[in-house]
Design a protein around this ligand. Structure first.
Ligand SMILES: Nc1ncnc2c1ncn2[C@@H]1O[C@H](COP(=O)(O)OP(=O)(O)OP(=O)(O)O)[C@@H](O)[C@H]1O
Ligand SMILES: [Mg+2]
Length: 424
């Protein structure tokens, strides 16, 4: 019988190693380490093979993570009744990695995997562990494209941090998030996942906040395109085209264009306005963008009625959604964010929530900061007042001096726009 010997892995062994990996892992649901990872470790880390004649019949591949080593592949494809071959391979790998000064060598096996060969060789089983993994939202090959368009992964909790606004949240959850994050479910009910949506509403009502929250909820990278900054030197239309091209390289993305009326205002007029070419380009890009799956375009505007009619037509934007002033729950949460925690217990929050009806989040922030500033100034003027903090009266006074950004006229216009332009 041909002798089996153990030696280091060479580049020429790759074909045979891939075959061995396929054999050994054929019954595994999903191998913990992918073939790509195993090959990377063969090339860059530590690997030994068992050779019989010219055939590779076993392999052990390891990598070091600081002081702990991991076996990323271990397989023997010939009978080994007494376990001698397993022992020899493990021994060779350990010796190969000895110079790294590892304190531990670990291995993950499938639940029904045979562990005897490891326990025979001084490995101890830990029962009280579970294996968990998460697919990272951006894969390594996409990093370059993501950087090019200035995209990034947002914190995971932004959706939860949008306070109140339950009507808008439910709408976005049902119309956008669920069909996009669960395409199988959408297909089952014949729902076509949306590709592009328009958010409109008065300034400061949370359009940007919602766009970011949707990206966070989907766990997709967020790419904001700034029309005013795109045209760095070159033409805006060309810049728009190359941005969308780079976005095409990403598997998933929420693309956000704020103040889209700047580049998609009503066309027409003679001579044509200089932005007309840009509007045309954007229309073209939206149409192309719609063809690719797994991405969502969100546009936001304060002036939905100023948008080019072709832009809002069916077939471009799946939904045209109004985002209005914050409701009581949202106002409560926004107040809560700005009132110092030492003072919170003594403040009549219900009163402030009622008094701030009609204000935007930004208005509330302004009033809260103004109250803080005046209370600080007062405590500096009057030593006896130091340490008493803020009272409800401070906030009410600040509210009296805060003008609502959104005028009654603007609210009337918004209500009009909802009736004529919204598409839910
Ligand atoms: N539901 C909410 N809960 C808590 N904070 C909110 C909420 N909505 C908005 N905010 C806060 O209010 C501020 C203004 O919101 P945002 O920038 O999203 O408004 P916008 O509609 O995009 O405004 P603009 O039209 O001026 O672009 C932000 O600081 C945001 O964090
Ligand atoms: Mg905004």
């Amino acid at each position: 019988m041909t002798r089996t010997h153990i030696r280091e892995f060479h580049g020429d062994d790759l074909d045979q190693l891939v075959r061995l990996w396929g054999h050994v892992t054929r019954d595994a649901d999903t191998p913990i380490y992918s073939l790509a990872e195993v090959i990377a470790s063969c090339q860059a880390d530590h690997a030994v093979v068992a050779v019989r004649g010219t055939e590779i019949v076993g392999a052990a591949v390891g990598r070091a993570a600081h002081a702990q080593g991991w076996i990323v592949f271990f397989g023997v494809d010939v009978p080994d009744e007494d376990g001698a071959l397993h022992a020899a391979l493990l021994d060779a790998l350990e010796r190969r990695m000895a110079s790294l000064g590892l304190s531990k060598l670990s291995v993950l096996l499938p639940e029904d995997g045979v562990i005897d060969r490891f326990t025979d060789n001084s490995f101890a089983v830990h029962h009280a562990v579970r294996y968990l993994e998460r697919d990272m939202p951006v894969q390594r090959r996409e990093l370059e494209a993501l950087k090019e368009v200035g995209g990034r992964i947002l914190p995971r909790n932004l959706w939860r941090k949008v306070a109140g606004m339950t009507r808008e949240k439910t709408l976005l959850e049902e119309r956008l998030v669920t069909p996009l994050s669960r395409p199988d479910l959408a297909e089952r009910f014949g729902v076509v996942p949306p590709r592009a949506v328009m958010l409109f509403g008065p300034p400061g009502t949370g359009k940007t906040t919602f766009a970011r929250a949707v990206a966070s909820r989907l766990d997709w990278p967020f790419v904001e395109l700034f029309p005013s900054r795109l045209a760095d030197g070159g033409g805006l239309a060309g810049a728009l085209r190359s941005s969308f091209e780079a976005i095409g390289e990403l598997e998933h993305a929420v693309v956000f264009i704020d103040e889209v009326e700047e580049i998609a205002a009503q066309r027409g007029g003679t001579p044509p306005s200089p932005t007309q070419g840009v509007t045309n380009e954007l229309l073209k890009q939206v149409a192309e963008f719609r063809e690719s799956e797994g991405k969502l375009l969100i546009c936001a505007t304060n002036f939905v009625r100023a948008l080019d009619a072709a832009f809002l037509r069916h077939g471009r934007f799946d939904y045209v959604l109004p985002i209005g002033l914050p409701n009581a729950d949202a106002r409560r949460a926004i107040w809560g964010r700005y009132i110092p925690s030492d003072d919170a217990a003594g403040i009549d929050l219900d009163l402030l929530v009622g008094e701030s009806d009609g204000l935007t989040p930004a208005d509330i922030e302004y009033a809260a900061r103004r109250a803080s500033q005046e209370a600080l100034a007062r405590s500096l003027r009057d030593e006896t007042d130091a340490g008493t903090g803020l009272s409800t009266a401070d906030y009410v006074r600040a509210l009296d001096n805060t003008r609502a950004t959104v005028s009654p006229d603007a609210i009337a216009e918004f209500t009009d726009d909802i009736a004529t332009l919204a598409r839910l």
